[in-house]
Design a protein around this ligand. Structure first.
Ligand code: EPU
Length: 338
């Protein structure tokens, strides 16, 4: 395996920020990963795992061995008339995997079209969009323990999925490296078109009958209309999570701000769109030098070029402070800081 020194991470993060890795290696197989983790020379070195780099904010150089997971392959594990179970390499591009399912008519991931990043990173934060989360089609995953190189299988319970959460962001943070994810997909899917503008977009497209392909195309259209393309404007999708607040707090706010949207979560909590809060606090389209708040989706912070991760960090703090002051709600970042 070729380990490089002093490597620029700019091509490997969708914000497009410059930061240097002390050491960098592209990992292409489980065996090679285990070999590296068990090598006494590298065992002592701090490690940092990189997938698609679409959910990370680089604010400084990385004094570690950066391991970019490039384990590929899509394998049919089990199949009958109704379902197919696929094991997918952690380094596969997420949207590439969605397109594979669309081509084959496998239902379950069409609402998750065009999400940047890799398959291995998807369960880490239980990616979700348009009413579907990865946990809905998840069967199991395989991950290698960083200190021993032992391969372990995690079922959904062991992953402890929550809203943009899993055990890999919490108790087991930095303890495991995900190498493959296994999904259960449907050949006669039940479609989920109730969220947001999906049905409206299908109508505009003149689609009479739901299909995996049509829904994927509708989701792609919606995302392209709101979210900046990282190839053109640096960004990491939603920068903050949508906060969940206690119902009584929501009622009080709703009296003061009658337009405030909210979606019940269980009986006691209400989820409030952070994009709305940020827009109402006056930030939508705001620009601070090389960075700013996207003009079509206030939840997305953007890098116009020539800036640094520190500038995004400063802007994020200002946005948080002003939302806290106006609404008494503390936003938390969805993006991981380095
Ligand atoms: N809104 C505004 N102004 C804005 C943006 C949003 O008022 O500038 C309000 C509107 O009321 C809108 C509501 O927020 O109806 C929801 O907006 P949107 O449908 O764009 O979704 P979101 O809640 O902002 C979440 C996910 C996205 C996912 C979409 C669609 C989080 C943190 N983000 O965004 O995920 O694509 O729903 O399901 O939950 C990501 O995680 O990177 C991501 C893009």
């Amino acid at each position: 395996m070729k380990i490089q020194e002093n490597v620029s991470l700019r091509p490997y993060n969708t914000f497009g920020f410059e930061a240097r890795a002390r050491y960098f290696v592209a990992v292409t197989s489980v065996e090679k990963l285990q070999e590296l983790l068990r090598d006494p020379h590298w065992a002592a070195m701090p490690k940092w795992i990189l997938g698609g780099g679409s959910n990370v904010l680089l604010t400084q150089d990385v004094n570690a061995l950066v391991m970019r997971i490039e384990i590929k392959g899509i394998e049919v594990v089990q199949e009958d008339d109704d379902q197919v179970v696929l094991r997918v390499g952690a380094g596969e591009n997420w949207h590439g995997f969605v397109l594979y399912c669309v081509e084959n008519g496998y239902g379950g991931v069409e609402n998750l079209s065009l999400i940047p990043g890799t398959v291995g990173a998807a369960p880490m934060q239980n990616i979700g969009a348009y009413g579907v989360e990865i946990k809905d089609i998840f069967q199991e995953l395989q991950a290698v323990e960083t200190t021993t190189g032992t391969l372990r299988t995690f079922d959904a319970d062991a992953c402890a999925f929550g809203y943009r959460e899993s055990v890999f962001k919490r108790d087991l943070k930095d303890h495991y490296i995900i190498t493959s994810v296994t999904f259960r997909l449907q050949k006669r899917p039940i479609y989920n078109v109730s969220y947001g503008d999906i049905q409206k977009t299908l109508d505009e497209m003149g689609v009479a009958e739901h299909s995996v392909r049509a829904i994927s195309e509708a989701v792609i259209k919606i995302r392209q209309s709101k979210l900046p393309d990282p190839d053109q404007i640096g960004n990491a999708g939603s920068f903050f999570k949508n906060p969940e607040i206690p119902k009584p707090q929501f009622e009080v706010l709703k009296n003061r701000f009658p337009e405030l949207p909210g979606y019940p979560v269980g009986d006691d909590m209400v989820k409030v769109p952070a994009g709305w809060l940020i827009e109402q606090a006056g930030w939508k389209g705001h620009r601070a030098g090389a960075v700013g708040v996207h003009d079509r989706q206030a939840l997305v912070l953007v890098h116009h070029g020539g800036g640094t991760g520190q500038e995004i960090k400063t802007l994020a703090k200002k946005v948080q402070d002003s939302v806290a002051e106006k609404f008494g709600i503390q936003l938390t970042a969805e993006v991981n800081f380095m």
